[in-house]
Write a protein that binds this ligand. Sequence first.
Ligand code: NAI
Length: 319
Amino acid sequence: AGEQLRYDGQTVVVTGAGGGLGKAYAVFFASRGANVVVNDLGGSGKGEGASSNMADQVVKEITQAGGKAVANYDDVTNGEAVIKTAIDSFGRIDVLINNAGILRDVSFKNMKDQDWDLIMKVHVIGSFKCARAAWPHFRKQKYGRVINTSSAAGLFGSFGQCNYSAAKLALVGFTETLAKEGLKYNILCNAIAPIAASRMTATVMPPEVLELLKPEFVVPVVANLVHSSNEDETGGIFEIGGGHVAKMRWERAKGALLRADDSFTPGALLNKWDDVSDFSKPEHPTGVANFMELLEEAQKLPPNPEAEKIDFNGKVVLI
Ligand code: NAI
């Protein structure tokens, strides 16, 4: 038998750890030797109210099982206070799991400022504030691991969740930039798009499906990503749930290249539209297209052929 992944001597901060996925992370890391900060505001799933009960309950479970954990009841938008609890209680922070979240689902037509703002606050500002407060510690010790919690809703859109979708994809960009800025300091940062049974999903999936989607089935991925043995997996997006674990990435089509002069008309582009979306030989980029090379190539092209009328998706379009 191999050795267990352990986190002895490390401090793991889990936001929104009073229930659902956050609790599963907190219980796991404590069981593997970590000091855990169990942050939870203890409000409703829509972000109303607050209470210390949820965090306290999880801390109690962990300590009764012989683990080390402290509660923190701050709103994640007060990231300084969340991280301060780790430093005051355990003298360090090694891992930050930005997990706290709420939903305020409503169709775009009926979305109020408050529904939009509160979602941005908890997910985006909360993750930013906690990560920023942890960052100087990570840099100083040349070690840090961050997980940000995205969602399929962010990657693909989701009916009635334009606020949540926007916030969740924001966290992907946030993750990708932190991965770049953190690399030199051995700070690795990944995003996950989980699916799991929790109070958040309790009403949207039937019980027999929820039974197969235990939050514990998301834990092994996070456990590996934040472990010190992970030395290079950073800036990734992982889709996880019910035993499924898959990395996601960007794909770039072949693309069209046109001479960029007066002959670059809408019609000239329509002539090449098939190339724009030709995914038969895709690239999987980790950065923007090589524009210096493309500019040079574009200069060598002859003027674009004129097009006066063109058949675009079966319609005659005037150029
Ligand atoms: P959950 O509702 O059980 O857990 C979220 C926790 O965050 C709650 O305990 C809540 O009290 C806490 N929280 C909310 N606002 C807070 C704030 N301002 N400060 C501190 N704590 C706060 O839901 P679940 O499912 O465990 O969600 C965890 C994360 O995973 C969320 O970010 C959610 O958006 C994300 N997610 C979950 C999916 C699922 O299938 N369960 C799908 C995709 C993403």
